[in-house]
Design a protein around this ligand. Structure first.
Ligand code: KG4
Ligand code: ZN
Length: 361
């Protein structure tokens, strides 16, 4: 089975071709970072318009690189949510239209399930069950993953996501968007322990996170001081230390509480090298092993969407001719793969844009 996948949930346009036997045959990506940089963050309308320009050429390139034509495909899968609704709709409309024209099934994929399954693209994939630490720009969750579609949220953030905390504090330091990687680069030049920022919720039991206080801590650290390169690097270092320690302690706690010995880390923030080092150390102390996607598949890409879509198409999931896009879509509402029960369409469909609900023959 071979699928074409399209990702357009935020500010990366991407297409990929994944083959069940042959693995990842092609993946193409265009990042809109330069487009949004002038505004200090993603401008949704600009993102949608740029996806419209870039997606079809990316699809062409991916198919050519994979030596694949429509006849070789078993379906077209696309990110149906969560994400920016306009951006999602561009990919959904393109994927649905291509599938219709080629007489193939189309299937909307959950973006975070894509992140969770990204490590399955690696030669040594993680076993199930495992604990997943999903750390992206919009989400910070600890999830017990018992199989594909079998997700139990162990802990979530009460306010900002880890990536959001990186981005917002980076902005306070005058760093360009997206702040996470920039802040991390600056932090490497900072002095460890020069500042100590709070690690909220660490002193309490449980697996919840809260990162919004970091912005205030950074503002306090900068106030009344001459803001030079040294100060910025030291503050960046302290931000990174606070986020990394919080994530590491809670991930360790999740391993302990579940008794599981495998930790999967994914989402954009899993590209952070100090976080990887700290998590590897913590996992070793818990007698557990950590799995990550390769760096380029930590951030948004279509290869991970292809992986999630392939599993669901293979399990027989199909959708009608509607174009599915959901700005919000709780991951716990997904149907388990490999069960008799099919896609849990009922309660989760809030926000679905159905242009045509007719079932495909
Ligand atoms: O998964 P992703 O590409 O998009 C979402 O689904 O949100 O994650 C993007 C987030 C951004 O907040 C970005 O700053 C952060 O991941 N990020 C990093 C690093 N690389 C990306 N944060 C810290 N260190 C990094 N090296
Ligand atoms: Zn993402």
């Amino acid at each position: 089975m071979r699928v074409l996948a399209i990702e357009s949930s935020c500010d990366e346009s991407a297409a990929a071709v994944l083959d069940e036997a042959g693995g990842l045959l092609a993946h193409e990506l265009y990042s809109q970072v330069a487009l949004h940089r002038a505004y200090g963050g993603v401008v949704p309308e600009l993102a949608s318009r740029d996806h419209v320009r870039k997606l079809l050429p990316l699809v062409r390139r991916a198919l050519a690189a994979a030596g694949t034509g429509p006849r070789d495909l078993a379906g077209v899968v696309y990110t149906a949510g969560p994400g920016l609704i306009g951006a999602l709709l561009t990919g959904a409309a393109l994927a649905r239209s291509l599938a219709y024209a080629w007489g193939l099934p189309a299937l909307g994929v959950h973006h975070l399930e894509g992140h969770l399954l990204a490590p399955l693209l690696e030669p040594d994939p993680p076993p199930f069950p495992h604990v997943a630490l999903l750390v992206s720009g919009g989400h910070t969750q600890l999830i017990e993953v018992r199989g594909i579609g079998r997700y139990r949220i162990l802990g979530d953030t009460r306010d900002d996501a880890a990536g959001e905390a990186f981005d917002k504090t980076a902005k306070l330091l005058g760093l360009p968007y997206p702040g996470g990687p920039e802040l991390s680069r600056l932090a490497a030049a900072g002095t460890a322990g020069a500042f100590h920022f709070p690690r909220p919720m660490l002193d309490r039991p449980g697996l919840e996170f809260s990162f919004s206080g970091l912005k205030t801590a950074v503002l306090h650290a900068l106030r009344g001081r001459e803001i030079d390169a040294r100060l910025k690097a030291d503050v960046a270092r302290a931000v990174e230390e606070a986020i990394v320690e919080t994530l590491t302690v809670k991930a360790g706690r999740a391993l302990q509480e579940t008794g599981l010995a495998t930790l999967v880390v994914s989402g954009g923030v899993s590209a952070n090298l100090p976080l990887r080092a700290a998590l590897s150390g913590a996992a070793a102390r818990h007698g557990a092993r950590v799995y990550y996607p390769r760096i380029e598949f930590c951030t948004d890409n279509a290869a991970m969407i292809a992986m999630a879509g392939l599993h669901r198409l293979r399990a027989g999931e199909r959708q009608g001719l509607g174009i599915e896009a959901r700005a919000q879509w709780p991951i716990e509402t997904l149907a388990p793969v490999g069960d008799e029960q099919r896609r849990a369409d009922g309660p989760a469909r809030g926000g679905v844009i159905e242009l045509d609900g007719t079932e495909q023959a």
